[in-house]
Design a protein around this ligand. Structure first.
Ligand code: ADQ
Length: 516
């Protein structure tokens, strides 16, 4: 067992004793969002800077909130060195909120982003310890860059503002802000899983990370399981810690300091996805795909290039399906779209090679005249094209080895009223969608093959009924619900102010008790 005496001396800090439970409710003047990347990317094309607006879930959720309430988004532009600031000023003027870029040197990008964030925290928090490169120098860059973000936040925010920090790149921002004497209300949301204690304790900087997270006033996770893991880690390093409350938000008291800890499963803009899926042009494009694949049953996989997404294991499951059920050769095709990601990291390049080798091998084994079992594309799709794929596919294989939530599963449900969703037990989304999805263990290729066979023969009525339940959940717990419930928990005065609705979560899949 590890106890608090193990804490390195330099992690000791003065508690600011932020007893907001006894303060008046905060009506924030403005929202300050901090994420690693700004909601725009800057790139030099033929010697000139070009700005491209981001389109991810976080951008579509936060942009309207910032525009309506007034606010600021702090983040890195994705490039090092000097950038053309006028592009950012113009964007801010049109968007209705401020963008504040945090400039990073090339060395910092290497140590903070590629190193600490993506070679340590990403693999460790997804349970891939053996992929971690615990390079001691990365920690220094992580702290330095987190401090830069904190300085920017301190400079641009006022006393009544709410500062909402996103994700694993920035777990130390509140710690720095408190060091600077900042007493603002600070929230943090982790978009990836929080690992179980026995994995987390292998992190050389474990106690510092826990202490840093406790400097936020609210810490949010996607699932009950992530929150439970976090609380267990806090207890390990702080044996006197006390948890109070029930439901999605509880309080955790360590010494003088109280932090709210909650789970808020992120959603999607359901209406935007389902409306687009019904657009004439999208419906036509979906038919075009189906015709191109000669009306075979399309099984869709859509993922960023990442080892956590279980792409090679999925291919092995397809191989197993075609071996075990040869009558399906010529009847089902996997369409796998992989979005280029983190190609500068060696592990990702190796994964791409592995994926391409497997596609060649499986297609070599099962291709017949006029039939290819795996259609592989390595590119990013436009929004409407992606939605047309969702619509065209009778089934979606969403089989990450571990995933914080997984938005592809939810997007597929919003776009395809009669589709079958195979969903990994290890995706955060399983807690909400197990009422309709066929849950699978992505490591069990025989189990996945049996599920595909079962789905192929599933009655239409059962498919629709399963999908109806999932669509209802995705529709209800949409992205704006997510923003709203996090902010309500952030501003609430007492535990009674928190939303007590159970977030569409079914606890059986959370592998634990529903209450602390
Ligand atoms: P990601 O790991 O990026 O997010 P995910 O939740 O699946 O994973 O989101 C991927 C997004 O990229 C989806 O919105 C999808 O539409 C888009 N996308 C995927 N393939 C695409 C393609 N080929 N072309 C264009 N767009 C594509 C992290 C965590 C997740 C968590 C989210 C949000 O790892 O677990 O769900 O943050 O919190």
């Amino acid at each position: 067992m590890t106890d608090a005496s193990e804490l390195p001396e330099d992690t000791a800090y003065e508690s600011n004793n932020l007893e907001f439970m006894t303060e008046e409710p905060i009506d924030p003047q403005r929202l300050v969002v901090i994420s690693n990347r700004l909601p725009v990317a800057l790139k030099k094309v033929e010697g000139r800077w070009k700005l491209t607006p981001g389109s991810g879930g976080l951008v579509s959720a936060m942009a309207p909130v910032l525009r309506d309430r007034g606010g600021t988004w702090i983040g890195w532009t994705g490039t090092s060195g000097d950038v053309d600031k006028s592009l950012i000023t113009d964007f801010s003027r049109n968007a209705g909120y401020d963008l504040r870029p945090v400039p990073l040197e090339e060395e910092e990008v290497r140590g903070f982003y590629q190193g600490f964030s993506n070679e340590i925290i990403w693999p460790l928090f997804h349970g891939f310890q053996s992929r971690c490169n615990f390079e001691p120098n990365y920690w220094h860059d992580y702290l330095t860059v987190n401090r830069k973000f904190a300085e920017q936040a301190q400079a641009v925010s006022g006393p009544g503002d709410y500062i909402w920090v996103h994700d694993y790149h920035l777990m130390h921002v509140a710690w720095w802000l408190r060091q600077m004497g900042c007493r603002r209300n600070l929230g943090f949301f982790l978009h990836i899983p929080f690992p179980p204690v026995d994995i987390f304790v292998t992190l050389p900087w474990r106690a510092k990370i826990i202490q840093a997270l406790l400097e936020f006033d609210l810490v949010g996770f996607h699932t009950y399981r992530d929150r439970r893991n976090f609380i267990q880690c806090v207890n390990l390093f702080n044996p006197g810690a006390k948890t109070r409350g029930r439901g999605p938000v509880v309080t955790l008291t360590v010494g003088e300091r109280t932090t709210r800890v909650g789970f808020f499963p992120i959603g999607i803009d359901y209406k935007a996805f389902s409306d687009t899926a019904r657009k004439k042009s999208v419906v036509e494009e979906a038919h075009e795909f189906q015709r191109a694949l000669r009306k075979r049953t399309i099984i869709l996989g859509v993922d960023r290039l990442d080892y956590s997404k279980g792409i090679p294991e999925r291919f092995e499951a397809i191989r197993e399906t075609l071996k075990r059920y040869p009558e399906l050769i010529g009847k089902i095709s996997l369409v796998q779209v992989v979005v280029p990601s983190r190609e500068e990291v060696g592990e990702y390049k190796a994964l791409k090679d592995e994926i391409e080798r497997l596609v060649g091998e499986i297609n070599g084994e099962f291709t017949r005249p006029g039939y290819i079992p795996i259609h592989y594309q390595y590119r990013s799709l436009g929004r409407e094209e992606l939605i047309a794929y969702y619509r065209a596919a009778s089934m979606a294989l969403v089989t990450p080895l571990r995933d914080g939530m997984n938005l592809v599963a939810k997007e597929y449900c919003a776009c395809n009223p009669s589709g079958v969703l195979f969903l990994s037990e290890f995706a955060g989304a399983a807690a909400q969608l197990q009422n309709g999805a066929l849950l699978v263990n992505p490591y069990d290729v025989v189990g996945v093959a049996k599920a595909i066979h079962r789905a192929y023969h599933m009655e239409k009525a059962e498919r629709s009924q399963r999908m109806r339940k999932m669509r209802e959940t995705v529709r209800k717990y949409h992205i704006f619900w997510w923003v709203d419930s996090f902010l309500r928990a952030g501003f609430g005065r007492t535990l009674d102010d928190f939303p007590q609705e159970m977030t569409g979560v079914h606890f059986a899949s959370e592998m634990g008790e529903p209450h602390e």
